[in-house]
Design a protein around this ligand. Sequence first.
Ligand SMILES: Nc1nc2c(ncn2[C@@H]2O[C@H](COP(=O)(O)OP(=O)(O)OP(=O)(O)O)[C@@H](O)[C@H]2O)c(=O)[nH]1
Ligand SMILES: [Mg+2]
Length: 185
Amino acid sequence: MNLSAIVLAGGNSSRMGQDKALLEIDGVPLLERTCDAARHCTDLIYIVTSWRDRYEPMVSDVQWIEESSPRSPIVGFAEALEQVATEWVLLLACDLPRLRGETLKQWTTQLAEVSIVVAKTEQRWEPLCGFYHRDCLPSLQRYIAQGQRSFQHWLDAEVVQELVVSDRQILFNCNTPDDLKQCLP
Ligand SMILES: Nc1nc2c(ncn2[C@@H]2O[C@H](COP(=O)(O)OP(=O)(O)OP(=O)(O)O)[C@@H](O)[C@H]2O)c(=O)[nH]1
Ligand SMILES: [Mg+2]
């Protein structure tokens, strides 16, 4: 599979009140956990962030895509996708503490004709846990050029295949101090 991973780690963590990427679960910072999981699918991992200096000591063997300041996940993704040469990209948030590399690897078997394969919870897409073929870049760029920033809205207008997720826990998103408590032993 010709695939790389893009990990978004440039958010403000305003709900958490401290940088989520650095939060340790079982002694491993969230950003490092995410990269470790992605490595089950690919050796080529891009981290999109404004804080490379802060994260560099934590992860090795990754490529950096630096932003001058946080903008929005969809813009960070589009800028990264422009630089990626692989056919497919696995896009991940850095705040998914229950991701499992084996599962990510197994999900790649669902990739076929549809250019976007994304998880869904209830009626909402989980855009930051999904696979995107590089074919979708022009549409993404057009959408951003119109001044739009909603990932949900963009996906609603695209042909998207729902990623079949058997263990929903994997998608658990750690946004607040209460979420974090649930992840700690
Ligand atoms: N590179 C980049 N990543 C972003 C940006 N905004 C959010 N992210 C990342 O996208 C993922 C999901 O974002 P949220 O859960 O909303 O995180 P957040 O924006 O840091 O948190 P809040 O301030 O509490 O909304 C996280 O991995 C963030 O680091 C951005 O402007 N640039
Ligand atoms: Mg989140």
